[in-house]
Design a protein around this ligand. Structure first.
Ligand code: DAH
Length: 346
C-alpha cells in the first residue's frame, strides 16, 4: 500500500476507535497502539525512508498532522474518561494500603530568625540592602574610621584573601558594617536600611563562637536623626522580638565608626532580670545583645555626606545570638551540625 493510502486508513481507524472507547483503560491501550513508542504512527515515520524525494516533505507533514490530531483526540477523550485505575502493566492498585506520609520541610532556625528580625525593621520603613561577602579592606575597615595601624582592627580576627588584583587587599567581611559604606556611596540621605548577611572571623569554634555567622546591620541618616530615634527604634524592636515585658539599657562602649557608641543589654530572659542565682546572666540580670551609636562624622566625610548637615544612627546585631537567647540554645555550633533532632524543634 502506498504511504498516503495507509495514512488515510490509519486515520479513519484510529478516529473511530478513539471515539468509541468506553473506558480509560481502552483509551490507554489505543494511545499505546497509535502513539506509543512502537505504535502505528512510528511505523509510518519509518516508511518515510522509501518515499521518493519529491514527496518526502509532504508525506512527513501529513504524518505529523495526523499525530497532532490523534494527540488532541486522546487528550480530549481523557477529560471525559479520566485516568485508568489499573496501571498499564496490569498491576492492581491496592486502595486499602496506608498512604505514604510526606514530611513537610521548614526554614532553618537561623534563616527564620533573620526573617523575623528583618520584618520588624521592614515594618518600620527600613529597606533591605545587601553587600558582598568578599569585601575590600577599605570598606571593611578604613572607611569605617579604622585605619591600618589602629588597635581596633585587632578586635576582629579577619580572614584575608591572597592579593589578586594589585594594590587593594580583599577579605571575608568580618561584619556587615561595610554595607553602610556601599549604601551611602550610592544613595543620598535621608535613608534607612538594614543589611542582613553572613560574616566571617577566624575564631576557633566553641559554644559561643563560630567562624561564620550572621549579622543584621542598621543605618538611618537624615537631617535631624538623634539618639532618641535610635532608642525608640531599638526599644520597639526588642519588645516585638523578645516580648513586651523585656527591658533594655544602654551601656557606654567604643566603636570607631560611631560616636558616641553604646552596647545594648536586655533584661535576662531566663530570670526576668532578677539576677540572683541565674547561671545564664551570671547573676547580672542583663544580657548583651548589640552594638550601636551615632555615625561618626569621619565616616560621613568618607562617603561625601556633609557632617554639619546630616546625622545618623547605626547598629549591628548577631542573628545566631538573638536565636540563642530567644530559643534558649546553649551552643552556636548546633546551627551548622545538621542534627535533625535539633532542627526539627523549630
Ligand atoms: N560591626 C560591629 C561588630 O561586628 C557591630 C556594630 C557596632 C555595628 C556598632 C554598628 C554599630 O553599626 O554602630 O562588632
Amino acid at each position: 500500500m502506498e504511504l498516503f493510502e495507509e495514512l488515510e486508513s490509519v486515520k479513519k481507524q484510529a478516529l473511530t476507535e478513539i471515539d468509541s472507547a468506553g473506558d480509560a483503560e481502552v483509551l490507554q491501550q489505543l494511545e499505546i497502539k497509535y502513539l506509543g513508542r512502537k505504535g502505528l504512527l512510528r511505523d509510518l515515520f519509518t516508511q518515510l525512508g522509501s518515499v521518493p524525494a519529491e514527496k518526502k516533505s509532504a508525506a512527513g507533514q501529513s504524518i505529523n498532522q495526523l499525530k497532532q490530531l490523534l494527540e488532541e483526540k486522546v487528550t480530549g477523550k481523557k477529560e471525559t474518561l479520566g485516568t485508568p485505575v489499573k496501571a498499564a502493566t496490569g498491576e492492581q492498585f491496592d486502595t486499602s494500603l496506608p498512604g505514604e506520609k510526606k514530611t513537610v520541610g521548614h526554614f532553618h532556625p537561623v534563616y527564620q530568625t533573620m526573617t523575623d528580625l528583618s520584618n520588624i525593621f521592614v515594618r518600620l520603613g527600613f529597606d533591605i540592602a545587601r553587600g558582598p561577602e568578599i569585601e575590600n579592606e577599605f570598606n571593611n575597615f578604613d572607611a569605617l574610621n579604622i585605619p591600618a595601624d589602629h588597635p581596633a582592627r585587632d578586635a576582629w580576627d579577619t580572614f584575608y584573601l591572597h592579593n589578586i588584583s594589585g594594590s587593594q587587599r580583599h577579605l571575608l567581611r568580618c561584619h556587615t558594617s561595610p554595607v553602610q559604606i556601599r549604601v551611602m556611596k550610592k544613595t543620598k540621605p535621608p535613608l534607612r536600611i538594614i543589611a542582613p548577611g553572613k560574616v566571617f572571623r577566624s575564631d576557633t569554634p566553641d559554644p559561643g563562637h563560630f567562624p561564620m555567622f550572621h549579622q543584621i546591620e542598621g543605618l538611618m541618616v537624615g537631617e535631624d536623626v538623634s539618639f532618641a530615634h535610635l532608642k525608640g527604634v531599638l526599644n520597639l524592636f526588642i519588645k516585638e522580638f523578645f516580648g513586651p515585658e523585656t527591658k533594655m539599657r544602654f551601656r557606654p562602649s567604643f566603636f570607631s565608626f560611631t560616636e558616641p557608641s553604646a552596647e545594648v543589654d536586655i533584661s535576662c530572659v531566663i530570670c526576668n532580670g532578677k539576677g540572683t542565682g541565674c547561671s545564664v546572666c551570671r547573676g547580672e540580670g542583663w544580657m548583651e545583645i548589640l552594638g550601636c551609636g551615632m555615625v561618626d562624622p569621619n565616616v560621613f566625610k568618607t562617603v561625601n555626606y556633609d557632617p554639619e548637615k546630616y546625622t545618623g544612627f547605626a547598629f549591628g546585631l548577631g542573628v545566631e545570638r538573638m536565636a540563642m537567647i530567644k530559643y534558649r540554645i546553649n551552643d552556636i555550633r548546633l546551627f551548622t551540625e545538621n542534627h535533625l533532632k535539633f532542627l526539627n524543634q523549630f
